[in-house]
Design a protein around this ligand. Sequence first.
Ligand SMILES: [Zn+2]
Length: 265
Amino acid sequence: MGAGGVVDAHCHAGPADGLTDPWNTDAPLEDYLRRARAAGIARTVVFPAFDSDYRVANARLAGIVRRHAPRLIGFAFVHCRRDKGRIGDMVAEAVREHGFRGIKVHGYEAMLTREACEAARAFRIPVLFDVVGRAEVMDMIAPQYPDVDFIVPHLGSFVDDWRAQQRVVDQIARHPNVYADTSGVRRFDYVVQAIRRAGPGKVIFGSDGPWLHPGLELHKVKLLGLPPAAEAQVLGGTIRRLLARHRGGAGRRVPPGSSYGEALA
Ligand SMILES: [Zn+2]
């Protein structure tokens, strides 16, 4: 692995305010952090679990990120319908006050909107957007925001919708600003195809911790048997490059202990 070590670009962190499913109740990090350390993962991108108020959830996450500085890199979760009209403010707060470095949007709640894309553009931060199988929307979104980087988790479908995954393989090859993450992808040959067709620079390692084991997900990438330079891109090089495009506002203050700057290391 190259300088800086392995980055897991997809993990949830902290308690949430629901009580019906694991993903809206709690994303406890203790086991994850132990497992990730044992697997050789140096840094982890984290965002909240599903929550009914992402302004509150992002602030709660900021506390977790600070507590584990500089190991965690925060992304702001926004609900594109429910947070309509305040997404710019939420992202500004997340970047300036919390030191967050990206945006997470889940299509299960609401599809990505221009408001969220424009917030990403303003701060030059990536958007991790779960298309929940509706990969076709990336063909609308990506050309409209050529200067914004989009990461499609699970190669387009957590539930193994192979049509969506095939389409995302095609999209990351065609759109310079669309990337995919490896988290939870079970059909190994789609990951192989993604690397072959789009190149190792378009596929990003992520685990979907704490619910999936980061060591197991990392092993999946190692089983690709890539040349060292290509493997280093997948395991951290590319996400570091995307995070490094970040631009703070004029006069921006960086709270001590935030992840800002650390991700560049
Ligand atoms: Zn996830």
